[in-house]
Design a protein around this ligand. Structure first.
Ligand code: DX5
Ligand code: ZN
Length: 224
């Protein structure tokens, strides 16, 4: 199972996103948190900013849309050249249509779940998806404490994915750090968003590599 570290730049310098991305060359993708002050009580940036980031980097862009009316806005991010687009299932009226639209535009389609949203009702949707994002904090802000109550859902999701086969990624987002990444990997996550853990480190790129090693070690324990 591959391990991917996808740092969130939410707690970095938002006025210099491409500069911040240049500080983490070891990352597998850059996680960009789009918030609209409707789906979550915070406001960040939207499509024009993502387009500018796209123009300045070849890194894989992993867009996390924490917005209302996501069916209307998500395809624009795929059209802008983002390789992965996550919509929240709680905000989508037509997730099958949306996932197919994203894939048709060449992006990976990803479904996000808040901590209290169960995975089981969406089992039949998994065949339409390339990634599931499980929030391990309530979405809206970086720097929050990891919610251990999500660990059983990570395990249940991993079991569903393994039973299906294929190569769906399982991403965790929120409070992921050296202290918590092992628990996530052991539970079956393979793709890790880390915001404050990376950008508050003295050497952000070294932290990306250290997180990857810690996750790989814990995932190996799981496999064994
Ligand atoms: C929170 C965002 C996260 C956040 C993670 O709603 O989706 O991506 O930036 O930040 P940390 O790692 O600090 O919890
Ligand atoms: Zn995020």
């Amino acid at each position: 199972m591959g391990i991917r570290i996808t740092p969130s730049i939410l707690n970095a310098n938002l006025a210099d996103l491409n500069g911040e991305i240049a500080r983490i060359p070891s990352c597998d993708a850059v996680h960009l948190d789009v918030m609209d002050n409707r789906f979550v009580p915070n406001l960040t940036f939207g499509l024009p900013v993502v387009e500018s980031v796209r123009a300045g980097t070849d890194k894989m862009l992993d867009i996390h849309l924490m917005i209302a009316e996501v069916d209307r806005w998500a395809p624009g991010y795929a059209e802008a050249g983002a390789e992965s687009v996550t919509f929240h299932i709680e905000a989508s009226d037509a997730p099958v249509k949306l996932a197919r639209e994203l894939r048709a535009l060449g992006a990976r389609a990803s479904m996000g779940l808040r901590p209290a949203t169960p995975i089981e009702p969406y089992e039949d949707l998994l065949g339409e998806l390339d990634m599931v994002l499980l929030m391990t904090v309530e979405p809206g802000f970086g720097g929050q404490a990891f919610l251990d109550m999500v660990l059983p859902k990570i395990r249940r999701t991993r079991a569903l994915l393994d039973a299906r086969g294929g190569d769906l990624w399982l991403q965790v987002d929120g409070g992921v750090s050296l202290e918590t990444i092992g628990r996530c990997a052991e539970a079956g996550a393979d793709t890790f968003v880390a915001g404050s853990a990376v950008f508050r480190a003295d050497d952000p790129d070294a932290m990306v590599r250290t997180l990857a090693e810690a996750a790989a070690g814990a995932a190996g324990t799981r496999a064994g």
